[in-house]
Design a protein around this ligand. Structure first.
Ligand code: CMC
Length: 431
């Protein structure tokens, strides 16, 4: 693998470090043996410049706004594919043939329902419980309900992988809809034999004796939203799934950990924070001008949510697609949302402002996704759940990579200890 080496001089000794090059030319210095040979570790708080794995799933070039899944540009997938097909691609590495696509769709439909015993879990939660807290714990319980698919043994769990993956995708979507119904005191609606997104909307919004039938534009908009969230390289939740999975934890347990990681406002929770921000600006009668000024204070509590990204230093290609789709969806549904005008004002102002330009802060995927979800009738506290439904295939593909690596090792980073040096215990009466 190492055609080239890097050399490092430390304490008068020289170390040759292998250089790795990915298929898109990404370069890395392999420091795995450095500690054993020199006693030094690499320090990289938050792993911002650390390659934690080799992966064939997603290529992301944050400097140039490039995102490709299994080689296919996100723009092409958004224009021509749908969520279920892209999920197959992400998980299995190739676009499905017509036969594979049909079989995958059928497996999802067959495994969409939540059994009665599992439904009882919901009753243990207050009806105002945060949806992401409910989702992560209910998904963790899949391992308890289907122990035959969750052996905590890579070999055994991979034997049942197709079923476990389909269950996870279909059931997380159903659980999401059930959380909404539970919180609104509405009876659960069972999944039907209809396409994935239509089925979700049916389970969310059907009324007694009146099935909700999604308008094609509505189902298409949800499809696009889920597709745009399907995977995003080694972000916080995906790395969490890999980390938990690396201990040989089963797929469901690892996904539950990913959902927990996603719930934070700096990650998946940002779409909720964007809507709260836009609503607050609207309620205060601001057009965004005052808020932009406050956002430049450097105070973390005043950040322009939906702006900036840990890896995109140019534009987020998903934000472009979603920003365009947002206008079209609202126009088709005949919705005139004042929050869209505020978002456009904020974007235009920020893109002319040196504070944002010099820090390379551009809209990210969450900036417009909330406005679309609101147009579809999805309440703000469910936004991150929708993100989780979309991200599930990416987490699954990453878990599978971890489980399939015969020479993979448990994730176990090091640290630089900065606490007190060794000292003797003092009995309580002498303190
Ligand atoms: N509004 C105002 N200032 C900002 C913002 C923002 N949204 N984001 C970063 N900055 C400033 C920050 O204060 C710092 O300024 P200075 O150099 O003067 O100290 C500079 O820009 C660099 O910030 P940083 O915190 O080092 O950037 P980061 O790469 O660590 O953080 C981020 C990335 C996404 C956490 C951050 O941009 C942020 O908090 N954005 C708002 C939350 C958000 O929209 N998150 C969704 C991310 S996309 C969804 C996903 O993939 O998970």
């Amino acid at each position: 693998m190492a055609a080239q080496t890097a050399s490092l001089k430390l304490d008068g000794k020289e170390y040759a470090l292998p250089v790795m090059v990915g298929t898109e030319g990404e370069k890395a210095i392999d420091t795995r043996k450095l500690r054993a040979e020199s006693g030094y570790i690499c320090f990289d708080q938050g792993y911002g410049n650390t390659g934690s794995c080799e992966s064939t799933v997603t290529y992301l070039d944050g400097d140039n706004g490039v995102l490709r899944h299994r080689g296919y540009p996100i723009e092409q997938l958004a224009a021509h594919s749908d969520f279920v097909e892209t999920s197959y691609l992400i998980i299995y590495g190739e676009l499905p043939t017509a036969k594979q696509r049909k079989a995958f769709g059928q497996l999802l439909r067959k495994n969409a329902a939540i059994e009665t015993q599992m439904q009882r879990i919901f009753e243990g939660y207050p009806d105002d419980a945060p949806p992401m807290a409910m989702l992560s714990s209910i998904v963790a319980s899949l391992a308890a309900h289907y122990p035959e698919l969750a052996a905590n043994n890579f070999e055994k769990d991979l034997q049942h992988f197709d079923l476990a993956a389909a269950m996870a995708i279909a059931k997380i979507r159903t659980i999401g809809a059930m959380i909404y119904r539970y919180q609104h005191g509405l009876p659960y609606v069972h999944p039907k034999d209809i396409p994935f997104c239509e089925n979700f909307l049916h389970m969310m919004f059907s009324e007694p004796y009146k099935d909700y039938v999604a308008e094609p534009e509505v189902a298409r908009a949800l499809n696009l939203l889920l597709l745009l969230h399907v995977d995003h390289e080694q972000n916080c939740s995906t790395s969490t799934v890999r980390m938990v999975g690396s201990s040989a934890a089963n797929l469901f347990t690892s996904l539950s950990a990913g959902i927990s990681a996603l719930s934070g406002p700096l990650h998946g929770g940002a779409n909720t924070a964007v809507m709260q921000m836009l609503q607050a600006i609207h309620d205060e009668g601001d057009d965004g001008t005052r808020f932009i000024e406050a956002a430049k204070s450097g105070n973390k509590n005043n950040r322009l949510m939906g702006f900036g990204h840990a890896v995109y230093r140019n534009f987020d290609p998903r934000a472009k697609i979603i920003g365009d789709a947002c206008e079209k969806v609202l126009a088709k549904l005949g919705i005139d949302d004042p929050l869209l005008a505020i978002a456009r004002n904020l974007e235009q102002a920020a893109l002319k402002d040196d504070y944002f330009l010099s820090r390379k802060l551009y809209p990210n995927v969450d900036f417009y996704s909330g406005i679309i979800m609101r147009a579809l009738g999805i309440p703000v506290n469910m936004f991150t759940v929708i993100f989780a439904i979309g991200r599930t295939p990416g987490w699954i593909a990453n878990w599978r990579e971890v489980a399939s690596q015969p020479k993979g090792r448990i994730y176990r980073p090091r640290q630089i200890y900065t606490g007190p040096v060794a000292r003797d215990y003092v009995p309580i009466e002498k303190r």
